[in-house]
Design a protein around this ligand. Structure first.
Ligand code: M6R
Length: 609
């Protein structure tokens, strides 16, 4: 996720671009940059860091008074968050500049071809290929050149392109990543999101996938990729600026819950080969290294630890490698037995959690192979691990992890299959079943989000409830743990996550009327056993809420209330099963009047022991 903005009109472009970027900083803050178009050439200023860092550089630079330009605030997905990787990117001549939000899946092939044609690249990004491709099409109008680029590039692209030869024009294009057009009087805008131009106009149009828009000061023309005109569907924005920054959602947390289908699609993007098999080329760990491993440890904290719990089940089931999991603050002091045949996976959305970093440093010192799973490109975890798998959820502003958790689950499932393929531990049929289940997740999560109204009703019933248990077995256990953590941290309610089968060994003494017991039963291995455990809770007066798979009629018999998520292979289903629990916690917290984005006593990233 990145923020992009373009402007064409009669005012100083720079004076509009920088505030526009500030409004989009929630989309990324690894680096920022602007480009201004003039007939003599394009002036680009970029800087690693936040927009404030860019502004400091701009203050010291004589900038042209251009009325056409574009800007970018980056959330790195490809290449470290350095100034040289900051957008805008230019072609070899310096007469074309590009900003991009998304991931170009076939960038390596395109780059190889362009290098073969003599182009010289100045960054490690996928985006730069667009600038050089447009350079090759210098004879065509910019709009047509961008259409051709869109036909060649695969993956997600929201692009804004300017060219010195057409200094009064801005061209945008979209596939997969958002891009909206702001329609002003004698000026027009392009942006990833409405807040970037809301101070100047409330008239806008959403650019649909595979559409190209050409803007000059007075007109906005939209075409499909064959150049056929498409009508501009104008809308009027009713939101105020604050609501617009949250995409119209009341909180960042809810927005991030709703971003999950897109975030998961981004996690999956480019991670399959032509035959549809998982290929994690970016891992840079040879199959020989993966085959030599004889034991796995997964270490993490908080929500990331719950992803580690799922990873243990997946890795053990799919690869038959013995897998241990540890809370990072425990691992570092318990003297675990590691050697150079041990694979240690550190999971941290921020990549900066002190305990997780200490754990992977310990593992490296023992000679183990360390893989990091991080949402932040070039985080300390990413830099220190031997290999890294990014979750690509985009920045998460709400303190409670939601989209970063589901994308961790997906990334770890992909890693499990990658390992299984390298070690030959799963047959083709099983791999295919799991892969197609994982690929269906964005749509399935979208369907679960449609149940929000139903979940909100249950939440209002339980807004005053003081005691919750969240129970599950096998892959449903980490989901239950995560549901309990969400409720604790944002609604300040005592909620215990527990293995369903273990309740009878003590905690069942706490079950009485007034206690709500949330059961998760999606894993076919153990579903019937979980039902039996839930019967035990009901017999003691607990009110039973179950998350089950669609079509599971048996669940209805034990549950006072049930939410059904789409059926998926075991463990893959953790991704959909957790979404109702995120929403439940969210609605209980808001019913109770709490600020879910900034829960008390918590920090988004814990960089102390
Ligand atoms: O950045 P990390 O994933 O390493 O963070 C780990 C935990 O601090 C984090 O998951 C925390 O538990 C969240 N508040 C959960 O919502």
């Amino acid at each position: 996720m990145c923020g992009i903005v373009g402007y064409v009109g009669s005012r100083s472009a720079l004076d509009l671009l920088v505030p526009g970027l500030e409004r989009l900083e929630y989309r990324g803050y690894d680096s920022a940059g602007v480009a201004l178009a003039e007939p003599e050439g394009i002036r680009i200023v970029r800087k690693a860091g936040r927009i404030a860092d860019l502004e400091r550089v701009l203050q010291g630079e004589p900038m042209p008074a251009a009325t056409v330009g574009m800007g970018h605030t980056r959330w790195a997905t490809h290449g470290a968050p350095t100034t040289s990787n900051a957008h805008p990117h230019r072609d070899c001549t310096g007469r074309v500049a590009v900003v991009h939000n998304g991931i170009i899946e076939n960038w390596a092939e395109l780059k190889a071809e362009l290098v073969g044609n003599g182009h010289v690249f100045a960054s490690d990004t996928d985006t730069e290929v667009v600038a050089h491709l447009v350079e090759e099409l210098a004879d065509l109008p910019l709009e047509e050149a961008v259409r051709q680029v869109m036909r060649r590039a695969e993956g997600a692209l929201a692009l804004v392109v300017i060219r010195a030869d057409e200094p009064d024009v801005v061209v945008g294009a979209r596939r997969g990543s958002p891009l909206v057009v702001g329609l002003g009087e004698g000026e027009n805008f392009l942006a990833s999101d409405i807040p970037a131009f809301l101070a100047y106009t409330r008239r806008m149009a959403v650019l649909e996938d595979d559409r190209v828009v050409r803007l000059d000061a007075d007109t906005a023309t939209i075409t499909d990729l064959d150049g056929n005109p498409v009508a501009v569907q104008e809308r009027h924005v009713e939101w105020d600026l604050e609501a617009a920054e949250k995409g119209g959602y009341p909180t960042f947390m809810l927005k991030e819950i709703y971003e999950q289908p897109q975030a998961i699609a981004d996690t999956l993007r480019g991670r399959f080969d032509q035959a549809g098999r998982v290929r994690l080329r970016e891992l840079e760990l040879s199959d020989d290294v993966l085959r030599a491993v004889d034991k796995v440890f997964v270490v993490a904290c908080g929500t990331s630890y719950h992803a580690a719990m799922m990873a243990k089940y997946a890795i053990e089931r799919w690869t038959r490698l013995p897998t241990e999991i540890d809370i990072a603050s425990e691992f570092r002091y318990r003297d675990p037995v590691l050697d150079d045949r041990t694979l240690v996976i550190g999971i941290s959305q921020s990549g900066e959690t002190a305990d997780t970093l200490a754990a992977i440093r310990y593992a490296k010192a023992q000679g183990s192979v360390v893989v990091g799973v991080s949402n932040v490109v070039d985080s300390s975890l990413a830099r220190e691990a031997d290999a890294v798998l990014y979750t690509r959820a985009g920045p998460e502003i709400g303190v409670a992890a939601t989209k970063t958790f589901t994308t961790q689950l997906v990334a770890l499932q992909l890693f499990g299959l990658h390992l299984a393929r390298a070690r030959g531990s799963l047959d083709d049929g099983a791999i295919e079943l799991l892969t197609s289940g994982i690929r269906a997740l964005p749509d399935q999560v979208r369907r679960v989000l449609e149940l929000d109204g139903e979940i909100a009703e249950m939440a209002s019933r339980w807004a005053g409830t003081r005691d919750f248990f969240f129970l599950g077995r096998s892959g449903d256990f980490p989901v239950a743990m995560e549901g309990a953590l969400k409720l604790k941290e944002i609604a300040y309610v005592r909620a215990e996550g527990y293995p369903a089968g273990e309740m009878k060994h003590g905690p069942i003494a706490l079950i009485e009327p007034g206690v709500v017991v949330v059961g998760v039963a999606t894993d076919s291995h153990v579903r019937q056993k979980t039902f039996a455990n839930m019967e035990e809770m009901r017999a003691r007066g607990g009110e039973i809420f179950m998350v089950v798979e669609e079509g599971d009629e048996a669940a209805r018999k034990v549950a006072d209330h049930a939410i059904a998520v789409p059926a998926a292979p075991d463990l893959v289903c953790t991704v959909t099963a957790v979404v109702p629990l995120q929403l439940l916690a969210y609605h209980i917290a808001t019913e109770r009047g709490f600020d879910v984005d900034k829960p008390r006593n918590l920090a988004k990233t814990v960089t102390v022991e």
